[in-house]
Design a protein around this ligand. Sequence first.
Ligand code: MN
Length: 424
Amino acid sequence: MILDKNIIAGHNEKELAKHQQQFNFLSEQTGQAAAILEKLKAFQVAIPSWALGTGGTRFGRFAGAGEPATLEQKIEDVGLLHALNQSSGAISLHIPWDIPTNATAIKELAAQHGLQFDAMNSNTFQDQPNQAHSYKFGSLQHTDKAVRKQAIEHNIEVINHGVNLGSKSLTVWLSDGSSFPGQLNFRKAFQRTLESLQEIYAALPADWKIFVEYKAFEPNFYSMTVGDWGQSLLFANKLGDKAYTLVDLGHHLPNANIEQIVALLLNEGKLGGFHFNDSKYGDDDLTVGSINPYQLFLIFNELVEGLDAKGLNHATDLGWMIDASHNIKDPLEDLLQSVEAIQVAYAQSLLVDRAALEAAQGNNDVALAQEILQQAYRTDVRPLVAEARLQLGGALSPIKLFREGKVRAALIGERGEKSVATGL
Ligand SMILES: [Mn+2]
C-alpha cells in the first residue's frame, strides 16, 4: 500500500490553522526556528525490520493483524512510516529473517519508497534449521573452532547481502557469555571472540563500519562476553578504524549514566551509533521516550555538544536506529511515536543555550546549569517537529492520519488477519 499524497495534503489542510498558530508562537519564543528546522529535516532514523510485527515476551506473543509477512511488505511498512513522517528513510535488515533473494528488485522497491538500507544485523543467537553446529554455548567465543567458523561465515554472508543492497555497516550483537560461575574462562572467551571478530573485520569493504553492540545481561545471566561499553570499546580499539561501539539504550544495568558513556565514546571517536528504545527495568524494548524522556534529552544534549565539538554531521556521522519490539501496541503507531520522541529530544537539545551553559559550568553555578538544561527540556517543541514534517511533505499529525485513514484496516485487507511477521 502506498499512501496517496492527496490524503496527506487533505489531512494537513484540516490541521493547518491550529498548527500555524502554535508554530508561530514557538518561533517567536525561541527565535531560532529556521536553523533547527533545517537540522530536523536532515535527520533520519532507521527502522528495524523486526519492529514491524508485534513482539512477544518469553511468556507469549499476541500477534497483531495485517503484519508484514515478507521482506517486500516490511519495506512497504517502512515506506508508509516515511510517507507519514518523512524521517524514517532507512530500514535495517536482519539475516536470516530478511534474506533478499533478489537484491536488485528489493533495492528498487526500497528506492520507490524513498528508503535506504541501514546497518545489516547478523544472528548467531539462535540456531537455524539445517545448521551444522549449535550456538547453545556461544558463537564467536565458542570453545569449538568449527562453531566459531560457522558464525564467522554467517557474518561474512550478511556483509555480502548488505553490499548488494547498498548498506554500509554491520551490527554484531552477541548473546555469548555464561550463565554459571566456572562455565567460562573470561580471558580465553574474550580472546577467541576477538580473533573471530578480526576475521569478520577483514571481510569488511573499505567504506564499511562494524558496530560492536554490548549488553549487560540476557540471555546469559552470569557473564556477557560483550557486556558493557568498556568491553565493546576494547574490541573496537583492537579491531581498527572501521570498528565502533554501538549503544543500545536498553542494554545497561539500572541507573547507568548513559549520557556520560555517550559523551566519552564520542570524544574517543568510537561511538558508532544508537539503538533507541526505552525501559523501566532492562531490555524492555518500550517505545522511545515513553518512560524517561528526560534521559533521552540528556543523551541528545551530550550528542549535540560532542558532535559540534568534533565538527561532525549530526545526520550522517552516527548511525541512528530504533531497536524496539513490544507486544501490545500497533507496531506502526509505536514507531511513529518513537521517531517523534527522538526528534523532540533532538530539537530540545538544539535549543540549549550552549554559551550560557559553558559559562555556568565554568563558574560552578550548579543551579543555573540545571535551569539552562531544563529551560530547553520544558519547551514544547512539537510544533517545530510538525513543521519539519510539513515542509518535507509528511503529515502534521501522523498517528491521527494513520487512524483516520484506516491504514491498518487497509493492510489487513491486503494481508489478512493472520499475517505474522518473521523475526522474534
Ligand atoms: Mn539493539
